[in-house]
Design a protein around this ligand. Structure first.
Ligand code: CU
Length: 268
């Protein structure tokens, strides 16, 4: 029975993999039931009008139309109901969600910067020290450049990945930005998306509850390569994630140290 009531299943929406995703699916179900009720109601009304105002029964046109005020009262009723939905439900629920951010920050979340560009995504991880290097957008020298200030020590163990890897059952905060046009960073199995706007880092957060390998896609028409703009995303065990992140951070740190050495030698 519950499957029968789930529009989100009928609509072919992929399985949910995030902690909050069930709420999104539930909303999709409710909205579709409302739409279904409206569809049936208006169809019946349409058929009733066809029958009631048929030519055979109404040989002479009425030039006055409706003279009572029922429709005006119904319009006012609709406005009141919509105001209650918006002010009584939508705004408070949105506040609840945005207020959670401070709580999520206290739960030792994984933090990743997502840099969208035509037509892919780059991921900037803070490395072993857990601190991002200073970001200086004036340093941008290629599409998708995370713009890390090379003089900031915090950035020396930061690493860049073409794949988004996250541990399961742990909150993730992604800071979304872009180096060219407006994109939209969207992970459908996580039921989350956020516009990527040049010059801004906008946070979004979620908690993956099952391991999977999927795609993050661009949800905003951004140019001729938009349709192919997708990146790999993997949710793995905490152990596998830690091992991968440690290895990446070490490799980037070594590469940086070698480059510094070569620079120092060249100076001599
Ligand atoms: Cu895009």
């Amino acid at each position: 029975m519950s499957l029968l009531l789930n529009w989100s299943t009928w609509l072919g929406i992929p399985e949910n993999y995030s902690d909050h995703g069930g709420n999104v699916d539930h909303l999709i179900d409710i909205v579709h039931w409302f739409m279904f009720a409206l569809f049936v109601g208006w169809t019946l009304f349409f058929l009733f009008c066809l029958w009631k105002f048929r030519a055979k029964n109404n040989p002479k046109a009425s030039y006055h139309g409706v003279t009572n005020h029922v429709s005006s009262h119904m319009e006012i009723g609709v406005v009141i109901i919509e105001a209650v939905l918006l002010l009584g439900f939508a705004f408070p629920l949105w506040w609840e969600r945005t207020d959670q951010f401070a709580e999520v920050e206290k739960t030792d979340p994984v933090k990743v910067r997502v840099i969208a560009y035509q037509f892919a995504f780059n991921y900037h991880y803070p490395g072993a020290d857990g601190k991002f290097g200073r970001i200086d957008r004036t340093l941008v020298n290629s599409a998708g450049d995370p713009c890390i200030d090379p003089n900031d020590v915090n950035g020396h163990d930061d690493f860049i990945s073409g794949v988004l890897k996250l541990p399961v059952d742990r909150n993730a905060i992604l800071q979304i930005t872009s180096t060219d046009v407006i994109h939209n960073y969207s992970i459908v199995p996580m039921r989350i998306q956020q516009d990527a706007i040049p010059g801004r880092d906008i946070p979004m957060w979620f908690k993956p509850i099952k391991k999977l390998e999927t795609f993050a896609i661009c949800g905003q028409l951004c140019g001729e390569g938009h349709a192919n703009m997708k990146g790999t995303m993997e949710v793995v065990s905490q152990k596998a994630y830690s091992a991968w992140a440690e290895e990446q951070s070490k490799a980037f740190l070594e590469k940086r140290q070698e480059a510094d050495k070569a620079k120092a030698l060249a100076k001599k």
